[in-house]
Design a protein around this ligand. Structure first.
Ligand SMILES: NC(=O)c1ccc[n+]([C@@H]2O[C@H](COP(=O)([O-])OP(=O)(O)OC[C@H]3O[C@@H](n4cnc5c(N)ncnc54)[C@H](O)[C@@H]3O)[C@@H](O)[C@H]2O)c1
Length: 275
């Protein structure tokens, strides 16, 4: 039965694109958007993984399509855009979830800033910042024409305060937060209040891109993994499905007057001074 509040949070008849939809958090986003009624385009480099997820959604009665693209490749993004429009007709929601840290841009405990590989620093900034800006340019142009749409960027705890050792990732995610604010104003001023741009900052969640930093090969926590948990008042890592409520709120009319914010979903990490 539909109540006023389910209607407010409903994504029925909406189409969402999730970049990095094949990743751990991206998978949760795809499921959450589908459960709220959206048709979902799962965009990833690994088409067979995206297709498996799309089949899973369709088996549960949802609508989903898998589309292959690298978020740093404009041609592939334009091709993906064409395919999604053919399949669903329009794009209402873009979730920029492709991203992550890279081992080469992390300062090892026995090294200093002067050992940093500038090439790897550039790669992690490219993936997280350019990998957000480029898909946004490709997928939100139709939103601007229709004066309606929602863009969600995935930022990080590193957007608020730099995290030790991960210099490139911290710089990139701070820039994603800044871009979110900038674009929120740009869209509202040029195309009206129908286009909203917000970010979600997950705390610590165990996924592919941070596994090597937070866990040992036997699955036990590294010193850094333990430090992340100790700095989280809830005393644990987040569960991917715990991001869904915030995502649906920000994608739906329930947040109609909200733009330019970056919502931490972090078990209190960001407000804990450690004392
Ligand atoms: N896991 C966490 O604790 C955490 C915390 C804060 C922010 N985030 C962010 O959440 C997002 C999702 O990451 P995750 O933790 O689920 O990691 P993940 O490694 O499981 O997923 C990342 C996804 O991005 C895809 N990807 C990487 N480079 C790509 C490219 N060039 N083109 C297209 N896709 C590409 C990967 O294939 C993967 O599917 C990232 O932006 C990450 O920085 C994660």
């Amino acid at each position: 039965m539909e109540t006023a509040s389910t209607k407010l949070f409903s994504l029925d008849k909406k189409t969402a694109v999730v970049t990095g939809g094949t990743g751990v958090l991206g998978h949760a986003f795809v499921n959450g958007l589908s459960q709220a009624g959206a048709s979902v385009a799962i965009l990833g480099r690994r088409i067979e993984v995206a297709e498996k997820l799309a089949r899973e959604i369709r088996t549960k009665g949802g609508r989903a399509v898998a589309v292959q693209a690298d978020v740093l490749n404009r041609e592939q993004l334009l091709e993906a855009h064409k395919r999604i429009i053919q399949e669903f007709g329009s794009i209402d929601i873009l979730v920029n979830a492709a991203g992550g840290n890279m081992a080469g841009a992390v300062i090892a405990p026995d090294k200093t800033f002067f050992d940093l590989s500038i090439v790897d620093f550039g790669k992690v900034v490219d993936l997280n910042l350019m990998g957000t800006v480029l898909p946004t340019q490709v997928f939100s142009a139709d939103m601007a024409n229709r004066k309606k749409g929602v863009i969600i960027n995935i930022a990080s705890m590193a957007s608020f305060r730099p995290i030790t050792r991960v210099v490139g990732y911290s710089a990139a995610k701070a820039a994603v937060d800044n871009f979110t604010q900038w674009l929120a104003v740009e869209m509202a001023k040029k195309f009206g209040e129908g286009i909203r741009v917000n970010a979600i900052s997950p705390g610590f969640f165990l996924t592919e891109q941070n596994k090597a930093l937070l866990t040992n090969v036997d699955g036990s926590l590294t010193a850094r993994g333990n430090a992340a948990i100790q700095q989280t008042p809830f005393g644990r890592f987040g569960r991917p499905e715990e991001l869904i409520g915030t995502l649906i709120w920000l994608c739906s009319d329930a947040s109609a007057f909200v733009t330019g914010v970056n919502v931490p979903v972090d078990g209190g990490f960001n407000v804990y001074c450690g004392v």
